[in-house]
Ligand binder design. Structure first.
Ligand SMILES: [Zn+2]
Length: 95
């Protein structure tokens, strides 16, 4: 039995995280890698000039639900946002 959970997008080991009590999530496992392609490409508004949103989603799984993957909404710090913008451009940003 292995407790290791790997992010399929960046092959980083997911980190255990306790969700806020009001979410009723309990323990979940999150990819905290700021270089994760899933995270960097999750803020599509980065492609838009006037994007003010600094929210993105991280890859996470819910052990209470058979390790079902879900999107964990996460704030994207300005430094990471810049990285994400570059990433999006390299992926062929439309605008
Ligand atoms: Zn990842």
């Amino acid at each position: 039995m292995s407790d290791k959970r790997i992010c399929p997008h960046c092959n980083t080991e997911l980190e255990s995280w306790m969700g806020p009590p009001e979410t009723m999530w309990g323990e979940i496992f999150v990819c905290n890698n700021d270089d994760c392609s899933f995270f960097l490409s999750s803020n599509e508004s980065l492609c838009d000039q006037g994007a003010k949103e600094s929210m993105a989603v991280r890859y996470a799984v819910d052990p209470m639900n058979g390790d079902k993957p879900f999107n964990l909404l996460s704030w994207m710090p300005p430094a990471v946002r810049e990285k994400a913008r570059k990433f999006m451009e390299s992926q062929g940003c439309k605008s």
